[in-house]
Design a protein around this ligand. Structure first.
Ligand SMILES: [Cu+2]
Length: 634
């Protein structure tokens, strides 16, 4: 698969003509249920270095929200004679094993199968007629994360949105002699119906990890200081910036299904948010050294919104489900979220008691973005607090000191519920900001009701660039102003806004129709039309670049008019880069919401540069123009 557009609009342009298959078309056949697959078991029979797997594609009913939830008719894989599974049966082998697949197409359409011949990934395919059986085989030569997939609709594999979108399976190859099943494998899939009469552009939609959608995804259990190894496979046609709460993870390998690249130790990078592009795979590892409840989720606000809840129809969540929504999803998250529960090993650290107090007020004003309200965070004790109608976006830059505890009182003056996530901070679970989830045992963080407040305490253990943002109803709240920079300094270090420049990229309001747009303007530090930036030649600046759009990918370039200038990478997601990665490079990058980069920039001579930012060309609608900001160097 190619890296393709991250906006649904572009991902789907050109596919619309195929039209959706109505959910009811074959629903009357009352077919078999498709079971979720946690990818722990390995399919097939291993004999004399040959794994023989008998696969069959059949039609069934898939219930991404559990057996009691809404079911949809889709094709899925099974081992011959066994129940249907989503994802399909996992194939786990050692290097040197020959994988021989005998594949039967029990569907009524020709089936294109990717991933089983020598070239692997979507680089090769075989076509199996309805009712026919074919063989395909390959030798597992390189360790890594791979996959197989089936397709019954015409067009490129990105055209899979409904009836064949769950024909996926993981292939994991480990070194000769290694244990087959230590790593967990998370396969991301989607399913949706387009509806031009719908407010959102979607009829019904879901996004799933291993065949289930939050809050129904598997709960992962670990013990504090365990070493966790996860593999992620993205078989949707859209990016997913995967964000881990509370911990950095190491990216060990990235692949495209055909080839997996194990990164050399000096090139392995630490992140809290990494993009997994369409058709891409990722191997990651981390050690949860603090107990409690954590989440690993896609940072596109729409991918954990009600739009991917099955009781949302035509963009409107069924009102009779509000109570069940609040009970089942007090965090108001759906879709691409995994929950991790880390049980303590030894004594649990207590929250700091003496701490620097901070009051952070969440404020709302009606009709700021058309009919939609605007929100912002205001710092207590400031002029902004005294001016009742003040709505400053982004929220105030909170400048904290490494190792120094803070006690933040979150005051909710809005009509919605509130929750604040301290993005990238290695804190304890309770203050992490996911209502109904963060915490441990019976002590679970609530959301803050309108008019109410809560105090959360944490101690930032690392100096760097971070952010805080809403973690409730994010599709609405993050696109409408609820975020701000969080800068942690070394003890004794002073924040100098002259050389320390925060560049925060966000949306100017929410998106109503996620398929056709219009998509909001992208703002730089809260401005859709930013004023020129001023720099001085010869001075060394630290640019702290923070992505917090709702669902849009961001390209940012600093150019002299023709080519990007050079800057030095300093940090990623708040963590200082090792010397091997802190290199000079062209000042052009593509990043997704939830990603943070620090660069060192020393303009050499006086003159004018241009900072250009907006949707990257591969995802932009036709005619789209990025915003250009004049950069004046004196
Ligand atoms: Cu996503």
């Amino acid at each position: 698969m190619h890296r393709s557009s991250a906006t649904l609009a572009v991902a789907l342009s050109g596919l619309m003509s195929f039209g959706p298959v109505p959910v009811t078309e074959h629903a009357r056949r009352a077919p078999e249920a498709i079971a979720p697959n946690d990818n722990r078991r390995s399919a097939g029979t291993l004999k004399d270095g040959v794994l023989t797997v008998q696969l069959e594609a059949r039609s069934g009913t898939w219930s991404p929200e559990g057996a009691q939830g809404v079911g949809v008719q889709t094709a899925a894989w099974a081992e011959r004679g066994k129940p249907l599974e989503n994802p399909g049966p996992a194939i786990r082998v050692n290097v040197g094993t020959v994988v021989r697949a005998n594949i039967h197409n029990a569907l009524t359409k020709p089936l294109t199968v990717y991933g089983f011949a020598a070239a692997r990934g979507v680089k090769d395919s075989i076509v199996i007629a309805p009712g026919a059986t074919r063989e395909a085989s390959f030798t597992a030569t390189a360790p890594g994360t791979y996959y197989y997939a089936g397709q019954t609709v015409p067009g490129p594999i990105q055209a899979r949105i409904d009836e064949d979108s769950q024909l996926n399976g993981a292939i994991v190859v480990v070194p000769a002699g290694a244990k087959l099943s230590t790593d967990r494998v998370f396969l991301i899939s989607w399913w949706f119906i387009l509806d031009s009469t719908s407010r959102s552009g979607l009829g019904r939609a879901t996004m799933a990890i291993n065949g289930l959608s939050w809050p129904h995804t598997e709960r992962l259990d670990a013990v504090q200081n365990d070493s966790l190894h996860w593999r992620v496979i993205n078989l949707t046609s859209i990016d997913h910036p995967m964000h881990l709460h509370g911990f950095y993870y190491r990216i060990d390998a990235k692949g495209d299904g055909a080839r997996d690249t194990l990164l050399a130790p000096a090139m392995r990078r630490m992140a809290v948010t990494e993009i997994v592009a369409p058709g891409e795979t990722m191997a990651m590892s981390f050690v949860p050294d603090r107990p409690g409840n954590w989440i690993f989720h896609c940072h596109f606000a729409g991918h954990l919104s009600h739009h991917v809840a099955m009781d949302t129809e035509k963009g409107v969540a069924a009102p009779q489900n509000d109570a069940h929504h609040m009970a089942e999803a007090p965090h108001q998250m759906y879709g691409l979220v995994m929950g991790l529960r880390v049980s303590p090993r030894g004594a649990v650290a207590k929250a700091p008691t003496s701490a620097r107090p901070i009051r952070l007020i969440m404020r709302e004003k009606p009709k700021v973005y058309g009919d939609h309200p605007g929100y912002s965070f205001i710092l207590g004790g400031t002029d902004a607090e005294r001016k009742a109608d003040s709505l400053v976006v982004p929220g105030p830059a909170l400048v904290l000191e490494r190792g120094k505890p803070v006690a933040v009182t979150i005051v909710n003056q809005s009509a919605d519920r509130a929750a604040v996530h301290w993005h990238g901070i290695e804190l304890q679970s309770y203050p992490d900001g996911v209502p109904g989830w963060s915490g441990m045992g019976k002590e679970v963080l609530p959301s803050v009701a309108p008019g109410d407040s809560i105090v959360v305490r944490f101690t930032p253990p690392r100096a760097g660039t971070f952010m805080y943002h809403s973690h409730f109803n994010e599709f609405q709240q993050i696109t409408s102003g609820l975020y701000g920079p969080l800068i942690v300094l070394e003890p004794g270090q002073k924040f100098d806004p002259d050389v320390d420049r925060v560049l925060m990229v966000s949306d100017e309001g929410p998106t109503t129709n996620v398929i056709t747009g219009p998509f909001p303007a992208m703002m730089l530090n809260g401005q859709a039309h930013p004023a020129p930036l001023q720099f001085e030649a010869g001075k060394r600046y630290r640019l702290r670049i923070i992505g917090i759009t709702g669902d849009l990918p961001i390209q940012l370039t600093l150019t002299d008019g023709t080519t990007p200038i050079q800057w030095r990478a300093l940090a990623r997601d708040g963590m200082t880069l090792p010397a091997s990665q802190s290199t000079m490079r062209p000042a052009q990058m593509v990043f997704d919401p939830g990603q943070i980069y620090d660069f060192e920039f020393t303009p050499r001579t006086a003159g004018t540069l241009t900072l250009q930012y907006g949707i990257p060309p591969f995802a932009a609608p036709p005619g789209y123009k990025q915003t250009a900001v004049e950069v004046r160097v004196k």
